[in-house]
Ligand binder design. Structure first.
Ligand SMILES: NC(=O)c1ccc[n+]([C@@H]2O[C@H](COP(=O)([O-])OP(=O)(O)OC[C@H]3O[C@@H](n4cnc5c(N)ncnc54)[C@H](OP(=O)(O)O)[C@@H]3O)[C@@H](O)[C@H]2O)c1
Length: 332
């Protein structure tokens, strides 16, 4: 198969290579999938660059990227034959000890990381679902249903943030999103937010207060816990919760215990890939229920690259200007 890989950590244009590798053979319980799209997420890029906790090569050779979409073309022992020929989206490719991700024509993966891709969703869109939509699903719903509640999504135009807005609206919430520009505000509104707050130029706490008639929000889904702490305890209502999937501006933020405790605010930080299987199942089936019930909503693709442009695809994520998920097409 054609694949892209790296054998040392570093800048995309210096370490990513393209070549031929033997086709994978599915092990017990695994599916062999021909990939038509590979999603590039910030964590794939940080792993390749050796940033943060990814300072060592995990394997001698790594095919990057967790997420993708394609067609099941083979099954291992103990895998259901009914998977054969089905269009699918998938997650946890280059994760949890697996060296070979989705920047390749084929991947072999346990079926628990694979879900049916409805016929109205393209492969490119399918490759945006793994990390972004599942993280959003867990971020929005891990503390229970949101029907009738007000949810604040920070970074509502980001890949995860946008899906958080759309999923919370689907779940029956009123959604407010923080953004950093009018263009990003328009994107969050397209996902269903009823109001946006520019967190760089406005006072988030007073705006939330105005928008909720002083009640605050029952849930905050945070893209930057450390940054959001400036106002988080002023906007989350009594017995509300904060789920957070990143804290890039402050890796070790300090919390004011008394502010959390006196308002009974639950804090739910998480890393998607290592959540328990039943929780991941809830997210993948939940995302599929949403795809079926909201067939016409966009699934944001932030740019398309051929496999030979793998370095440019990683650089596009690093540039931070994209809207949605950057997609690589292994066949091109
Ligand atoms: N824990 C997990 O399992 C998990 C899963 C997925 C992603 N992540 C992490 O989550 C982060 C975002 O991922 P992504 O794929 O959504 O990236 P993305 O598409 O680049 O979106 C990030 C968004 O967050 C906004 N933002 C950054 N800081 C903000 C702040 N303080 N307040 C409000 N908005 C802010 C950015 O816009 P502006 O800078 O213009 O505001 C941008 O729109 C990355 O660090 C990623 O590694 C973690």
């Amino acid at each position: 198969m054609r694949a892209a890989w790296y054998q040392r950590l570093g800048p995309a244009s210096e370490v990513l290579e393209l070549g031929e590798m033997p086709d994978p053979t599915p092990s017990s319980g695994e599916l062999l999938i021909r990939l038509f799209a590979s999603g590039v997420n910030p964590a794939d890029v940080k792993r390749r660059a050796g940033l943060g906790s990814y300072s060592k090569m995990e394997h001698s050779r790594v095919i990057p990227n967790s997420d993708g979409a394609g067609v099941v073309v083979g099954i291992g022992e103990n895998a259901q034959p009914s998977w054969l020929g089905r269009r699918v989206w998938l997650f946890n490719g280059q994760r949890l000890g697996r060296a070979y991700g989705t920047a390749a024509e084929l991947i072999s993966l346990p079926s628990k990381f694979v879900a049916d891709l409805p016929s109205h969703i393209s492969f490119d869109e399918g490759a945006t679902l793994g990390i972004p939509a599942m993280t959003a699903f867990h971020g929005v719903f891990s503390d229970g249903a949101v029907k009738g509640k007000t949810v604040l999504v920070s970074g509502g135009a980001g890949a995860v943030g946008w899906y958080s807005v759309a999923l919370a609206v689907w779940g029956g919430a009123q959604v407010i999103a923080t953004v950093s520009s009018p263009e990003k505000a328009a994107r969050a509104m397209a996902g269903g937010a009823y109001a946006t707050i520019n967190y760089k130029s406005e006072d988030v706490a007073s705006r939330v207060n105005e928008l909720t008639d002083g009640r605050g929000v029952e849930r905050l889904v945070s893209v930057d816990f450390g940054g959001d702490l400036r106002w988080a305890t002023q906007v989350v209502a009594m017995n509300g919760s904060i789920s957070s999937y990143a804290s890039d501006t402050q890796k070790h933020p300090q919390i004011a215990f008394q502010e959390f405790a006196s308002r009974n605010i639950r804090f739910i930080p998480f890393i998607l890939n290592s959540l328990p299987s039943d929780v991941l199942d809830r997210a993948r089936w939940g995302v599929n229920a949403w795809l079926e019930e909201q067939p016409n909503l966009m699934r944001p693709v932030g740019g398309k690259f051929g496999l030979k442009e793998i370095a440019a695809s990683h650089e596009a994520v690093e540039a931070g200007e994209k809207f949605g998920t950057i997609v690589v097409r292994p066949g091109e």
